[in-house]
Design a protein around this ligand. Sequence first.
Ligand SMILES: C[S@@+](CC[C@H](N)C(=O)[O-])C[C@H]1O[C@@H](n2cnc3c(N)ncnc32)[C@H](O)[C@@H]1O
Length: 319
Amino acid sequence: MSTDNTESTESKCGASTDGTTTDAAADTGSKCGASDSDSSGSSCGASSDEEEVGATVDDFEADPGRFVAVGLGPGQPDGMTARARSALLDAEHIVGYTTYVELLPDEVVEGAEDIYNTPMCGEVSRTEEAIDRALAGNDVAIIGSGDPNVYALAGLALEIIESKGATASMLDFDVVPGVPAAQSCAARVGAPLVNDTVSISLSDHLTDMPTIESRLHATAKEGFTISIYNPWSRKRRENYQKCCEILLEHRDPETPVGVVHAAGREDEQVEIVELQELPELGETDLVDMTTTLLVGNEDTYVWDDRMVTPRGYETKYDY
Ligand SMILES: C[S@@+](CC[C@H](N)C(=O)[O-])C[C@H]1O[C@@H](n2cnc3c(N)ncnc32)[C@H](O)[C@@H]1O
């Protein structure tokens, strides 16, 4: 196994027969024709540098390999599904954000021919790199925490495959689900989400803040339980405070909130607090980009250090 990162320049996929990179690749510095421009600039903030897809399906002459998006679950190897582990053991190349690569079990790392990791952001170039490697004939897994369908790269991968003139079928495209953060975090605080639940991400990188605010109002007003992803970063202090304000506008200040940092990882922290305590937690280690908030509805209560959201059985049965 070799481990790559963006510093390296040696091509691993070869969008042309002689093993050199395509013109598009040369323009962008990508190993496989992908754009190297990091959409983030910093912390995935908005940037004027649009990432563009480089190589198209016609630039590759090999028979394509397989492409699979694999959800790792919350982090620890035993939180991964057996199917995810097996898909990773089958992959020749594994592509992912550095933090997720560091979560891979040793046997997966040792078994892979090549691991390509990049720091936070650059999702488009990383996903394109993975697709180009598959178009060049390698069996590739792109990895992410939780599930590939929850604020993750499964959709982006299909969009990029389409934009290259390739098809999902030619890459045997597959998605291997993982346990999403909302569910692994819910499990740490009892049963906060057993009824109708809405997930909202406070990241305004791809959805603008007015839209996020309007979704928060609608959800909080309607009494859903809420799982809040991407709650806080240095650049998103205001989003977090705005979110707290909106929740407190619609919900009782004593509404229980599960605050779960790094579920299943070495630095896991778990607390159940009241909604009115949430604003002051924004500047603590408990709430950051590895935290998920689970906001109860009007029926949620705390019993024996666990959050309980009644499913509704009590309205039909005596127990
Ligand atoms: C880009 S989203 C990815 C979500 C992921 N695909 C999922 O299904 O959970 C990243 C956010 O997921 C949440 N998250 C991911 N892993 C977590 C963990 N181990 N503990 C708590 N929250 C986590 C955090 O809210 C983080 O900001």
